[in-house]
Design a binder for this molecule. Structure first.
Ligand SMILES: Cc1ncc(COP(=O)(O)O)c(C=O)c1O
Length: 490
């Protein structure tokens, strides 16, 4: 490979002669600074006041149309004018997913170094599809994925790629598994998931040519883990019918309850039957850094592939997902393609890596920079301690619920998630309980002080809290729990 490092590379801004410009889109250095500092001030102000802002503000389509609909302007607007418009009509109408009392869905709470890392990746406009154009950032991605590899306990044969999120990671894993196990023909290939699987796998199956008749949805036990006997029975039946079972999608932290499928047993079964085992550890996976998380995720390293979402429990801003495959060559076999117009960027051997050979994106940003910067800035110990603190807060929640009158816990508190419901004495009608609990959620949201979401567990309506935010304190958790347990309900 040619070394394209130039000898004299003077990046001293004072020494740089101003370039004559007829570029109507050019912005001079002073204005760049002014705009940039203004934007950073906006962000710092946001973080400083976040805990006092409403957790979510929303509006109808009509309201938003009134605020924002306009023809494309022929002339420009001052940056201050844009800031005014943004701060009055656009940015308020969002959830604050990183608010310390946002416990709905899966919270995302990026740290400042990770945000700045993303800003730099954008500003440097890194093209990270080909090694030749991004040797530095590509090496950073290799390093970051190697960190993940070690954390989950994979061997050195493993490798992966950073993607937009868990949905893309699950789809990428399914594509690699289908190629490895079925070859080019998809007919008869059967996928096994549990009722608790994330919906992204169903979408991935559909997109990759596996209609719902080729997806078996298996029941779970009392702890919301896939039933092994049902899985083996389904595989037997499908094989007897001449179908081709090939993919088991295991949950390593379900979105509903945080439960983890029996990974060691699943790995043994998949090995024996020749199926690919994928572990979706999108939100829960980084808990392996802690002792408690490692125990909960026992056997994760036995899967053929793993989904991890740094934009969930590794405190990165959207978008940051990752798939790691135990045999990294299989990713390459699925995605590598070599058109004439990209021959100049081709790499030979496996020293340099073109990340566009490992996934669906050719043009891709550097997602590794923000992860690398923030992990190096804080160190792994601080991140581990923080994940541990979230696990403690979930324990606090469990204890609170156990002691509170009129509230019951609906699943074991696992990997940052607790499900509960208000259950006043004498009210046993399920419909009434559902109405009462969904009303509580709506009332909490309306206060702007906190946000939780709902789900169904074995058909029962549940309030679900997911505590992953690094800035959440015990007081934040208790404030929301007090609201849910003491607000008068009829
Ligand atoms: C277990 C699990 N898998 C996959 C996903 C999808 O991830 P993303 O929203 O990043 O596409 C989620 C999202 O919450 C999830 O919890």
């Amino acid at each position: 490979m040619t070394n394209l490092l130039h000898e004299s590379y003077d990046c001293n801004i004072e020494a740089a002669a101003p370039r004559p410009s007829e570029d109507p889109l050019a912005v001079d250095a002073e204005t760049m600074r002014e705009i940039g500092y203004r934007a950073i001030d906006l962000l710092v102000e946001r973080f400083a006041t976040l805990a006092d802002q409403p957790v979510i503000e929303t509006a109808t389509r009509e309201e938003m149309e009134q605020r924002l609909r306009e023809p494309p302007p022929a002339g420009g607007t001052s940056f201050e004018g844009l800031v005014k418009k943004l701060t009055e009509d656009v940015l308020p109408f969002t959830s604050r997913g990183d608010h310390p009392r946002f416990f709905a869905y899966i919270p995302t709470s990026p740290t400042w170094p990770s945000i700045i890392g993303d800003l730099l990746a954008t500003g440097f406009n890194i093209y990270q599809g080909a090694w030749i154009e991004s040797a530095g950032p590509s090496e950073v991605e290799l390093v970051v994925i190697d960190w993940f590899r070690r954390w989950v306990g994979y061997p050195e044969t493993a490798g992966g790629i950073l993607l937009s999120g868990g949905s893309a990671a699950n789809m990428t894993a399914l594509a690699a598994a289908a190629d490895a196990k079925l070859g080019q023909r998809r007919d008869g290939g059967v996928i096994y998931i549990s009722t608790q699987a994330h919906s992204s796998v169903i979408r991935a199956a559909r997109v990759l040519g596996f209609p719902s008749e080729q997806v078996r949805v298996l029941p779970v036990d009392d702890l919301y883990r896939v039933r092994l006997d049902e899985l083996e029975r389904a595989i037997d039946e499908d094989q007897a019918a001449g179908l081709r079972p090939f993919f088991v999608f295991a949950n390593a932290g379900t979105t509903n309850t945080g439960s983890v499928d029996p990974l060691p047993e699943l790995a043994t079964l998949c090995e024996r039957r020749g199926l690919w085992l994928h572990a979706d550890a999108a939100y829960g996976g980084f808990a392996v850094l802690t002792d408690r998380g490692r125990r909960a995720l026992e056997g994760l390293e036995l899967a053929d592939s793993i989904t991890l979402d740094p934009h969930k429990w590794l405190y990165q801003p959207f978008e940051a997902g990752c798939v790691i495959v135990r045999d990294r060559e299989l990713l390459h076999q699925s995605f590598y393609i070599s058109p004439d117009y990209l021959r100049d960027a081709e790499v030979s051997g496996d020293r340099e890596i073109n990340f566009s050979d490992l996934g669906i994106q050719l043009s891709r940003r550097s997602r590794a920079l923000k992860i690398w910067m923030s992990v190096k800035y804080f160190g792994v110990d601080a991140i581990r301690d923080q994940i541990d603190r979230c696990l403690d807060l979930v324990e606090t929640t469990r204890r609170y619920v156990e002691d509170a009158a009129e509230v019951e816990i609906l699943c074991p508190a696992t990997l940052g998630i607790v499900c509960l419901r208000r259950h006043p004495e004498g009210v046993d009608d399920e419909q009434q309980l559902e109405a009462l609990n969904s009303d509580l959620i709506a009332r909490l949201t309306a206060t702007g002080r906190g946000m939780v979401s709902s789900t169904r567990l074995h058909g029962v309506y549940a309030i679900r809290l997911c505590v992953l935010n690094h800035s959440t304190t015990e007081d934040d958790v208790l404030e929301v729990l007090r609201f849910l347990s003491t607000t008068p309900v009829s």
